[in-house]
Design a binder for this molecule. Structure first.
Ligand code: SF4
Length: 322
């Protein structure tokens, strides 16, 4: 590890010199991502923010590109069949986000003339848009001055200003204040700062293995580094084992449904040892609006010989996309 500098004085915000250094680092080292291009539409930026909430950039990129090709404006997504939207979500995970995005597209189309609205209040009134996302859209899509408090930014600020290792899972009032106080006054500078510090947290000041030797804040502005990087409380939980979880089985059922309607046998075969788990996951997918029950068909023979339709008999009690 690099030599340890003297700790900076306790302060409530990063000085201008520090924000300028982070922006300069971003200009040299930030990733060239399509939703950061000057010609990216507000809608494309909104979609990227929702996709990136729980999915890494490398998996989001191809899906985002396909979504923008198919549904370049909110009205396009609003008019799309929901089953197609869920198919195009593919394996991004947490597919309720796809449903929320389509609801969001419908509200933008019907109530905002097809334009992503401006202002934190109007944005937060959209389906699926919370405090963080509204601020991010304001900053990145509308080039407004907004304090964006995502996990990466909070991590950089609590390390540099508080000397703590981790920001904890939830945004606190104190962190909200740090984020607001560190935001440069100038509008354009504030937009660049949000992008730059978020990227620093994503690439350098990472949760588990920060690369302080590459960090422009190391020498003079980071209390945690100067203190020798003490471990603290609030470390992010180790990623929960995925195998055997309901989330895994829900994903497997959705993968099946993306190919077409699925009969009960095919669904049950995904976990033949735990029919209760299968029943539970089927139920939550239907409750979430991600799948629709195919009505039980009368048993063969009971409905007369109308059951010449073998396909619907096969699908009795199955599921399909909405
Ligand atoms: S010096 Fe290390 S801990 Fe401090 S902000 Fe930079 S990467 Fe993060």
């Amino acid at each position: 590890m690099p030599a340890r500098p003297a700790p900076p004085a306790l302060q409530s915000h990063l000085p201008e010199e520090a924000t300028a250094a982070v922006i300069a680092w971003f200009d040299r080292s930030g990733r060239d991502l399509p939703w950061r291009h000057p010609d990216a539409s507000a809608w494309s930026i909104l979609v990227s923010e929702i996709m990136l909430q729980q999915t890494p950039v490398v998996r989001v990129l191809p899906r985002w590109q396909e979504w923008m090709r198919r549904w370049p404006a909110p009205a396009d997504l609003a008019a799309a069949p929901t089953a197609e939207v869920l198919r195009a979500w593919d394996t991004l995970g947490y597919p309720r986000r796809a449903l929320r995005l389509q609801e969001c597209a419908r509200v933008i189309t019907e109530q905002h003339g097809g334009q992503v609205p401006r202002g934190l209040e109007a944005l937060r009134a959209l389906p699926g848009i919370g405090e963080y996302t509204a601020a991010a859209i304001t900053a990145f899509a509308h080039h407004g001055r907004a304090a964006v408090a995502d996990t990466n930014i909070r991590r950089v600020l609590v390390r540099t200003l508080d000397g703590h290792a981790h920001p904890g899972p939830a945004l606190t009032a104190h962190q909200r204040a740090l984020t607001a106080a560190s935001l440069p006054e100038g509008r354009e500078q504030s937009v660049r700062w949000n992008q730059a510090v978020m990227e620093l947290g994503a690439l350098v000041c990472t949760a588990r293995a920060p690369r302080c030797e590459e960090c422009p804040l190391r020498e003079r502005h980071c209390r945690w580094f100067a203190a020798g990087r003490p471990e603290g409380t609030g470390a992010p939980a180790r990623t929960q084992a995925f195998a055997g979880t309901d989330r895994q089985l829900r994903g497997q059922i959705m993968a099946l449904l993306r190919k077409g309607p699925a009969g009960p046998e095919a669904i049950a075969a995904l976990d033949p040892n735990d029919p209760e788990r299968v029943r539970r996951c089927r139920g939550t997918l239907v409750a979430d609006g991600l799948a629709v029950e195919i009505p039980q068909q009368p048993a063969a023979g009971a409905a007369g010989e109308a059951a010449g339709d073998t396909e619907s008999a096969d699908l009795a009690g199955g599921l399909r996309l909405p």
